[in-house]
Design a protein around this ligand. Structure first.
Ligand SMILES: *Cc1c(COP(=O)(O)O)cnc(C)c1O
Length: 401
């Protein structure tokens, strides 16, 4: 947050229009230009965006949605809100949902797959898109709603809460699957305090602009005109065409988003990349370090989460190392506690041993801080704290270094 953002917000506040209006529409167009999708609808969170899409596709009781066991709970909670069944799939060594695990989880009830680009590193989208297009998978698919009949297969709804601006085979996140959802929550790469966006990229014969309009109405109580349109001369009458939701973005939020997106590729992303490289260079020669994937010939991360893993440790040892890091006045985190370990999902009958790779990733993971204002000196302090805490752990009796 800097003066430029503060000024943009103040300008929006004094502009005479504070809820969804010209700034939101401009932000949507900028997002479309960046991601390369057909069109983009801003909403008030990624959670609302994901849920809106599930409702649009007609996901409900009796349906199944495949989500990674290793993600933030929003990805799964929206499925519960629709009355459908969450089917967890295990992760791969790159933290992302495993395509083999998706394949095993598909049934005749599967309506949607929600892959998540964990830490900003894109999933294997060619494989996922190819899988849902396979003839036998299509034959298994049971279409119940007009949208399902038109697509004729499982919808790929990408949760790109971490991966705004990431690349996959020369294309940008936003245009890699049928629909992609971004988050602009305060901890994400680009923030509007709270916010999200839905990127539409459905194949022909879908008219993405029409679906944008439909979901825009769905995000505003099913009201055929928004407040801005109603304020125009002679335009007061409107209709309610469905019992919609209320999850539109405000122009105050969009004002922040516009400033950040303007400098995202030239300033914010390069700084995050530099931090990732500094961590990698400082840590790569320790034999206990497993670096996260973030740059390969086919993929470039959005550098959202630096998910360090320590080789050959238990969950208890990882917790000890984190305690040691905090003692050195460095705050770290864990991304993520897998959902089957959470009380709600455990009580619903999911068992962690069914997702061994997710557990292995989680049990050895320590997230190092990455944010725009983190200086090189602070990065070095973090590295020193990690190394000292690790060396302290290795000196524990019974520990085999
Ligand atoms: C943050 C996050 C979300 C939710 O985003 P909101 O905008 O807070 O609703 C969803 N999925 C993942 C993986 C996230 O990290």
């Amino acid at each position: 947050m800097d003066k430029k953002i503060v000024d943009a917000v103040v300008e929006a506040l004094y502009s005479g229009w504070i809820t969804t209006g010209p700034r939101t529409k401009r932000f949507e167009k900028m997002l479309t230009a960046q991601g390369g999708q057909q069109t983009t609808l801003c909403v008030n969170s990624a959670t609302a965006g994901l849920e809106l899409v599930l409702h649009w596709y007609g996901v409900g009781p009796g349906d199944e949605v495949i989500v990674p066991a290793y993600t933030y709970n929003a990805t799964a909670n929206v499925v519960v809100h629709c009355g459908a069944k969450v089917v967890f799939a295990d992760a791969g060594a790159d933290f992302n949902i495993s395509v083999e695990a998706i394949e095993r989880a598909i049934t005749s009830r599967t309506k949607v797959i929600i892959p998540v680009d964990i830490g900003g590193y894109p999933c294997n989208y060619d494989e996922i898109n190819e899988l849902v297009g396979q003839q036998e998978v299509r034959t298994l698919f049971q279409a119940d709603t007009p949208a399902q009949k038109q697509l004729g297969r499982i919808l790929v709804l990408s949760d790109a809460a971490h991966s705004l601006g990431a690349w996959y085979k020369g294309k940008r996140v936003g245009s890699l699957t049928d629909i992609t959802v971004y988050s602009f929550h305060a901890v994400k790469n680009l923030t509007t305090a709270e916010g999200g966006a839905i990127c539409f990229n459905l194949p022909a014969p879908f008219d993405n602009q029409k679906i944008y309009e439909r979901l825009n109405i769905k995000s505003l109580h099913g009201q055929t005109k928004d407040a801005l349109a109603k304020s125009q001369v002679g335009n007061w009458r409107y209709d309610i065409v469905e019992a919609g939701y209320k999850c539109n973005m405000t122009d105050i939020q969009a004002a922040m988003g516009i400033v950040e997106l303007e400098r995202y590729d030239t300033d914010m992303l390069p700084r995050r990349k530099a931090i990732f490289h500094r961590y990698s260079n400082a840590l790569k020669n320790y034999k206990w370090v497993q670096l996260p994937p973030f740059e390969t010939p086919e993929k470039t991360s959005s550098y959202h989460v630096f998910a360090l893993r320590i080789k050959g440790i238990t969950e208890e040892q990882r917790d000890q190392i984190i305690a040691g890091i905090f003692t050195r006045e460095v705050a770290v985190n864990v991304h993520f506690v897998p959902l089957p370990m959470m009380t709600y999902y455990k009580d619903a009958g999911y068992r962690m041993p069914d997702y061994p790779v997710s557990y292995d990733n989680y049990s050895r993971e320590i997230t190092l801080p990455v944010y725009y204002d983190l200086t090189d000196e602070m990065v070095d302090t973090v590295v020193q704290a990690v190394v000292e805490a690790m060396e302290e752990e290795m000196r524990q009796p019974g520990r085999n270094p």
